[in-house]
Design a protein around this ligand. Structure first.
Ligand SMILES: [Zn+2]
Length: 462
């Protein structure tokens, strides 16, 4: 029985609960130092990268990761939703600056053109299990077409206010915490692939709008105030593909085709605007065609729980499929002597220490989907004490503290030791305090179960 590992998992599972409690009572109990300490803990198991899809470090590696995810999706037929968004940038110009009538035209174009154009996008959605032959635009990538790529999967979590940031920082911009963030791993790889200008993939992958369509569209839009007889020029640039893949399962979650188009032409203004004469027109256009994938599955409201003897906790199963209410969830326990689960997901613990796996499953379109929750049944720590609360030590002297737990039969009887000033006193993992230099410091223990804290004031004399 791998008790140590179980215990460490149990502890990580308790962190969030403990933090919530401390946000409420933090001021009363002076929990700030404890929160700071939390920021130095290692990431919980589930954030660690080992064992999941490796991070590609070459264009070929990126292509393989994307191609595998795409072909798996084509075969598994998750639900597909498509979208198209077009925007015209603020840099839009018509002729010289300052002609207010022309600015009105520019605003009209900016406000109406993009929406109207996007409305003509042909929907490429497909329901669960239907498949998307002829719908999904499949990336056709060659290493030579990739100018650069970026893969994001790390983020930084403030242990004080909970804010997440993609960038590492010294001081949290939300709450001012100066203890630095905790590095964590996202569940997804967010991959941006920048394509070489003029790459063949541009032709294959970016069938966003044909120049002829744009041509006709601009002609129509200008018809009431200008003639566009000059050629309309399109400069395609910054073509990129954004792909999001779940790094645990390899499931494809999103593909976006993004490009910028600089449209330039000349227009001969007519009617009320005739005084403008001929003017250069510049329309900066950005277009994104997106595909989102929804995979069938079941997700439990908790994946780790700790319970005392003879208590009840409710687990909720969320199904992803059409009409989730039509499906029955089957609940099972891996060891009913430790905990049982009923047909509604209520977990009841018995009177035995140990770990049990609660599984929820359901069937959808001929496949069984499952999710698990690890439940630890134990006697919880309610308070801790240490041998001495005050110590006066001469430089070089040592003293060994021992932690006592209440109740005496509590299951997890381990704690971690900290000092507020290592230049005064250090403490090792066994609670042995060493006097280092003259001054005072707090040396304290924090129980792994429940995070109860016991402090000893240490005074070191020369
Ligand atoms: Zn913060």
């Amino acid at each position: 029985m791998n008790e140590k590992k179980d215990r460490s998992k149990l502890v990580f599972g308790a962190i969030i609960v403990v933090l919530c409690v401390f946000f409420v009572v933090g001021v009363v109990y002076g929990a700030n130092s404890l929160l700071e300490m939390e920021g130095t803990l290692e990431p919980a198991d589930k954030y660690v990268l080992d064992g999941y899809a490796a991070v590609p470090d070459s264009p070929q590696g990126v292509i393989e990761l994307v191609n595998t995810a795409v072909s798996n999706a084509v075969e598994a037929k998750p639900k597909l939703e498509s979208s198209d968004s077009i925007s015209i940038g603020d840099e839009l110009t018509i002729g010289e600056d300052g002609a207010s009538a022309v600015n009105t035209v520019a605003k009209f174009l900016k406000d109406n053109a993009a929406d109207e154009f996007a409305a003509s996008f042909v929907d490429l959605s497909a329901d669960f299990g239907v498949g998307f032959t002829d719908k999904l635009w499949i990336p056709q990538l060659n290493a030579a077409d990739i100018e650069s790529f970026e893969i994001k999967y790390i983020y930084y979590h403030c242990m004080q206010c909970g804010a997440d940031s993609d960038e590492e920082y010294e001081k949290c911009s939300e709450c001012g915490n100066e203890n630095g963030p905790q590095m964590r791993y996202r569940d997804d790889y967010s991959i941006t692939i920048n394509l070489v200008q003029g790459a063949p993939a541009l032709e294959n992958n970016f069938r966003l709008r044909e120049p002829a369509q744009v041509n006709e569209f601009i002609g129509d839009k200008f018809a009431s105030f200008a003639n566009v007889s000059a050629p309309i020029n399109f400069e395609y640039k910054n073509a990129r593909i954004f792909v999001r893949i779940n790094r645990h399962t390899g499931q494809l979650l999103e593909i976006k085709y993004i490009k910028d188009v600089d449209v330039t032409t000349k227009a001969e203004f007519i009617g009320d605007y005739a005084y403008v004469g001929e003017a250069d027109v510049y329309l900066p256009v950005n277009e994104e065609v997106g595909f989102r994938f929804t995979w069938p599955g079941v997700s439990l409201s908790a994946h780790e729980l700790s319970m005392d003897y003879k208590t009840t906790e409710a687990l909720k199963a969320t199904l992803t499929c059409d009409d989730p209410l039509l499906y029955d969830v089957t609940w099972t326990s891996s060891d009913e002597s430790i905990a049982t689960v009923d047909a509604d997901g209520y977990v009841n613990s018995n009177k035995a220490d140990g770990k049990v796996i609660i599984t929820a499953s359901y069937e959808f379109q001929g496949k069984t989907y499952t999710d698990e929750c690890e439940v630890f049944v134990k006697t919880s720590v309610e308070s801790i004490d240490i041998t001495k609360r005050d110590l006066v030590l001469a430089k070089g002297e040592t003293f060994e503290q021992t932690v006592s737990y209440s109740p005496k039969d509590s299951t997890v009887q381990t704690a971690k030791w900290y000092t507020t000033d290592e230049s005064v006193a250090t403490v090792d993992e066994n609670g042995v305090i060493t006097a280092v230099g003259a001054g005072t410091a707090d040396v304290y223990a924090v129980a792994d179960d429940g995070y109860f804290k016991a402090t000893c004031k240490v005074e070191v004399t020369e």
